[in-house]
Ligand binder design. Structure first.
Ligand code: NBP
Length: 481
């Protein structure tokens, strides 16, 4: 019997996805550049399964049923192109290549279009959930050539996480839409993590709570509206003791690593001109953390003001929880706004509610809150911004006082809260009918003749003023917003 699907790339993700497919009754053929890893896999985790090992690409392709489906789980970038160049000429019209790695969505746009010319159906899919998700149910976000969906759907929906009978795998959209949504997911993950870190620092350094006390706060938060996987694991991390029975967390160096998907998200927001301040700040927060040596010097040279907290701790803990929730709403509102802009830019038809539902299982940002996002889009599929939904608008109003209070605590105690604070700055700006950009436009026109629009004239009419009396009448030919 021929295999249902072939998978190339037997590292942590590939191996676990293959085992997951095998558990669900699919016959899988596998290939890895370094064959010894295939052999080890077949002798180890894949022993007593129906998984077939191939020593060459030809052997892999010959073992597949038609239409042939070949999934790549390899390092993103050139390796994916190299495999496509190797495989595509050996496939027939209607065969399918799937890239399940963390590829940049623009690469997926290019690959989908190029392979369509060769009558090969390309799918670029985000797979979230790491090793555990891949083995027992990831969130899978496929996009690319929609003609491939019916063939890959039974496999992907069988192996994905399922929440409330809803598979965390739905067709996202054309070209790189799946990889794009996975990129935004990762950006949101950066934001959620930094938000939790800032709340933790306000509780520990700001209020002087012990790790055990903070653990209790996070556990309580996890039973309410803040319920999420990341809040849950934070409580577990706070409770975890090292071999000497002291908290392991206190011994971990405060230098954050990153692999780049948060940066891609922030760059994309800048490219599309969408304020994604919270995620961008969370990337910068990791960059600042990595400057440890310099920070140690600065801590001596630039000592902080020491102000002790004297207020009511219980009400401040509540305020920090409100700040966390309000800023989280800002993060998702910004993220979904960016997705909407990309959909317009690339003419993708996306279902925003389904995207939220797909993130409820298998992935790192899974949370209760994603149901509320789906509800908001169900109520109005064309919603411009989540903040404009009645549900979220009401929460923002209720949380605002606590949010400001928590930020003031950070300001008074010289504790950096870049994402909590920038989220509030965005919120205040977003709901401002008037911003000081009138002055900015005047400045631009003053020094560069960039022109401006007037409040007493219709939009689209541009004016230039000779501000000094020594300038000319010629305006800059390009009006850059
Ligand atoms: P890696 O990203 O570490 O990739 C390892 C695989 O790529 C191995 O099969 C390796 O073959 C192959 N490979 C490399 Br590296 N260079 C190659 C080359 N020049 N030619 C051919 N094959 C090459 O594995 P992973 O962590 O399982 O991730 C797979 C994909 O899934 C990546 O795109 C990753 O970003 C994405 N992803 C990872 C996670 C996660 O938690 N790890 C989560 C979600 C998505 P070899 O064995 O011969 O070296």
């Amino acid at each position: 019997m021929k295999a249902d699907i072939g998978l190339i790339g037997l590292a942590v993700m590939g191996q676990n996805l293959v085992l997951n497919m095998n558990d669900h009754g699919f016959k899988v053929a596998v290939f890895n550049r370094t064959h010894s890893k295939t052999a080890d896999f077949l002798d180890g985790a894949a022993k007593d399964t129906t998984i077939i090992g191939a020593e060459s690409i030809d052997e892999l392709l010959n073992s597949l049923a038609s239409p042939k489906k070949v999934m790549l789980m390899v390092k993103a970038g050139q390796v994916v192109d190299d495999y496509i160049d190797l495989i595509a000429p050996k496939l027939a019209a209607g065969d399918i290549i799937i890239d399940g790695g963390n590829s940049l969505y623009t690469d997926t746009n290019r690959r989908t279009d190029a392979l369509k010319q060769q009558n090969i159906l390309f799918v670029g899919t985000g797979v979230s959930g790491g090793e555990e998700g891949a083995r027992h149910g990831p969130s899978i976000m496929p996009g690319g050539n929609p003609a491939a969906w019916e063939a890959v759907k039974p496999i992907f929906q069988a192996i994905s996480a399922v929440v409330d009978d809803y598979p965390c795998c739905q067709w996202v959209g054309d070209q790189g839409a799946g990889h794009y949504v996975k990129m935004i997911h990762n950006g949101i993950e950066y934001g959620d993590m930094q938000l939790i870190c800032e709340a933790y620092q306000l509780l520990s350094e700001g209020l002087g709570l012990s790790n055990d006390e903070i653990q209790a706060v996070f556990s309580e938060w996890n039973s309410g509206q803040l319920q999420s996987y990341l809040i849950e694991i934070t409580a577990n991390i706070l409770a975890f003791k090292d071999t000497d029975e002291t908290p392991l967390l206190d011994k971990i160096l405060d230098c954050a690593g990153q692999k780049g998907t948060g940066k891609w998200t922030a760059i994309n927001a800048l490219d599309l001109g969408i304020p994604l301040t919270l995620i961008a700040e969370s990337v910068f927060a990791r960059c600042l953390s990595a400057q440890k040596t310099e920070r140690v010097q600065a801590a001596v040279k630039l000592p902080k003001l020491a102000v002790e907290f004297t207020g009511d701790k219980a009400s401040m803990v509540q305020a920090i929880g409100e700040a966390l929730y309000a800023a989280k709403i800002i993060s998702y509102a910004q993220g979904f706004r960016l997705i909407k802009e990309a959909a317009q830019e690339y003419s993708w038809k996306l279902n925003y509610g389904e995207i939220a539902l797909m993130w409820r299982g298998g992935c790192i940002i899974r949370s209760q809150f994603l149901n509320n996002i789906n509800d908001a889009y169900q109520a109005d599929p064309n919603l411009d911004n989540l903040l404009l939904s009645d549900y979220f608008a009401e929460i923002m109003q209720k949380s605002e006082a606590g949010w400001r209070k928590a930020i003031i605590l950070g300001v008074e105690q010289s504790l950096a809260t870049p994402v909590l604070s920038s989220a509030l700055a965005f919120y205040d700006g977003y709901r401002s009918e008037c911003l000081p950009a009138n002055l900015l436009q005047a400045q631009r026109d003053y020094f560069g003749a960039h022109t401006y629009e007037r409040t007493d004239k219709p939009r689209g009419e541009f004016f230039h003023t000779d501000w000094t009396g020594t300038g000319g009448k010629t305006a800059s030919s390009i009006y850059n917003v």
